[in-house]
Design a protein around this ligand. Structure first.
Ligand code: ZN
Length: 83
């Protein structure tokens, strides 16, 4: 992940990170542009999930199969590894 200086848009170097919570951090950066030289703090936080963790997907799939009407449980015959 590249972070740019918010003042001059040049590439910046991360010096350290301060964890605020499991989903948010302050990232301390130094601008690499010697004419700027700004030091800044960038806040990075989790916005939303695009694909849930695999464990969550597997659990949801098992629950979905378990709740299928009886006539649809033919999937159990063809996908026994899922049950
Ligand atoms: Zn800069």
């Amino acid at each position: 992940m590249r972070i740019n200086c918010p003042h001059c848009q040049s590439k910046a170097t991360v010096t350290h990170r301060e964890k605020l919570s499991p989903r948010a951090s302050n990232v301390y950066i130094n601008c690499n542009n010697h004419k700027c030289g700004a030091r800044s703090v960038i806040r990075i936080s989790h916005a939303y999930t695009i694909t849930p963790p695999a464990e969550t997907m597997t659990a949801a799939m098992h629950e979905w199969f378990a709740n299928l009407p009886e006539q649809e449980q033919i999937a159990k015959t063809y996908q026994p590894a899922l049950f």
